[in-house]
Design a protein around this ligand. Structure first.
Ligand SMILES: Cc1cc2nc3c(=O)[nH]c(=O)nc-3n(C[C@H](O)[C@H](O)[C@H](O)COP(=O)(O)OP(=O)(O)OC[C@H]3O[C@@H](n4cnc5c(N)ncnc54)[C@H](O)[C@@H]3O)c2cc1C
Length: 398
């Protein structure tokens, strides 16, 4: 979205596009207009590319030094979370406290809601930043930088029959022509929805790398409280026929791309989070990087051994140095990935000391914040921040 703003606004005036971590106090004080597009993660946290800015600037005390700055904040969030848009709100309040002047009130966007985006667009037009007829392509409309790819559903397999959790399907799509992606990237899939002018779009972590000859997905079938299937997961796992066409785009996701070194990698995840981790394990196998430790959580030992044959083969060949699967419904007491890591912090510390990166993929509710807390306890705020800024702590959580 920030890139789209910069493209359009840059036609009328010079625009610098920066991640918040690249913005210094001096640059802010020298600017006359700034637009902030601020998403919120987990418990009201900033995204990783705003972490350093948040710690160094937001938490320092302001003294009205931004008197020359005009600004607006577009806060992106999801109202299912308790601290909806909290980072955008903090940013907005801190800018005002330092004397910066709002062009218009903070706009909160709930899951890319079109009405809020239109409000933002009107605010920019009223402030003279956009001409009335200029339209920011803000909604989920296809991105120019994401070419449309067509492929077919080749195979679909239920991986967890009998599981106490929702059914998880492995889908293999024919390799889309001219598609280039790498481990960590996301597929944006067009989901036909009856009566709607354009298809809905759902995101899925890609579970394979191109050299495997297909684009794999791991999709949990969502069932809503009224018994009906989720729009996207229902279409992919139940309605879509084998051989049928799928329209998708690949979203480059550098925040979850592989480490550039052969240093060890700790892969942590649960449920369909296995998708992103599997693509990384394939890429590591291809590159001959064997220092891999997978910690994966699901519910039942007998039903939830996703990609068991593959993982066991990797373990036998030495590709997966360590494999720990944590099944929450097995013992007397519920035990999750985060509990396993808490009980094995000495190993975690040793791997990190050897330069390991830690990649987390799966649930934003429960697993990811809990793993984050384990790492905070182990490394402290500064240590975890350093690990993040080094690109050694990466998350693909939803
Ligand atoms: C970066 C990213 C990666 C992802 N990767 C994966 C992946 O690898 N695998 C995977 O399975 N998913 C993944 N997801 C989640 C996926 O995008 C979808 O959100 C998921 O499949 C559910 O979409 P749906 O269309 O089936 O459900 P929807 O129909 O959109 O429903 C979504 C949720 O909203 C609730 N809901 C919707 N309508 C109602 C209603 N009327 N009343 C009450 N509740 C309602 C349901 O409980 C449901 O859980 C990812 C998401 C992101 C953002």
């Amino acid at each position: 979205m920030a890139r789209r703003h910069a493209d359009l606004l840059g036609r009328r005036q010079p625009v610098a596009l920066l991640a918040l971590n690249q913005v210094s106090a001096e640059a802010l004080a020298a600017a006359h207009t700034a637009l902030f597009i601020a998403s919120t993660y987990g418990e009201g946290e900033p995204p990783d590319n705003a972490l350093r800015f948040s710690r160094r600037w937001l938490e320092s005390r302001g003294r009205g030094e931004l008197g020359a700055l005009r600004y607006a904040v577009l806060a992106l969030g999801d109202s299912n979370y308790r601290r909806f848009c909290a980072f955008g709100e903090r940013l907005d309040a801190a800018l005002a406290a330092r004397g910066a002047r709002r062009l218009f009130d903070l706009v909160r966007v709930d899951r890319m809601d079109d009405a809020a985006l239109a409000q933002w667009q009107r605010g920019l037009a009223r402030s003279g930043l956009l001409e009335d007829k200029q339209q920011l392509p803000l909604s989920q409309a296809p991105l120019r930088e994401h070419p449309v790819l067509r492929c077919r559903l080749l195979e679909r397999k239920l991986l967890n029959a009998g599981s106490p959790g929702g059914p998880v399907y492995h889908l293999r799509l024919s390799p889309p022509q001219n598609a280039a992606w790498q481990a960590g990237d996301i597929a944006l899939i067009d989901i036909p929805s009856a009566g709607a002018a354009r298809p809905a779009v759902r995101e899925y972590s890609i579970a394979s790398i191109p050299s495997q000859g297909g684009l794999d997905l791991l999709v949990r079938q969502v069932r809503k409280p009224d018994g009906s299937l989720g729009l996207g997961s229902g279409w992919l796992t139940a309605q879509l026929q084998l051989g049928a066409d799928i329209v998708l785009r690949v979203r480059d996701n550098p925040a979850f791309h592989a480490p550039r070194t052969d240093a060890p990698m700790i892969l942590v995840g649960n449920g369909t989070g296995m998708a992103g981790l599997r693509a990384h394990l394939q890429a590591r196998a291809q590159a001959g990087h064997v220092g891999n430790w997978l910690v994966f959580g699901e519910r039942s030992r007998s039903h939830d051994r996703l990609f068991d044959t593959e993982l066991m083969a990797w373990q036998r060949s030495g590709q997966l140095q360590r494999l720990d699967r944590v099944f929450s419904r097995e013992g007397e007491k519920l035990c999750y990935v985060q509990d396993f890591l808490t009980a094995h912090t000495a190993d975690l510390e040793r791997w990190l000391q050897q330069g390991a990166s830690i990649y987390v993929c799966g649930s934003q509710q429960g697993m990811a914040p809990a793993v984050h807390r384990v790492l905070l306890d182990l490394l402290g705020e500064r240590g975890l921040e350093d690990l993040t800024l080094d690109g050694r702590y990466r998350r693909d959580v939803y």
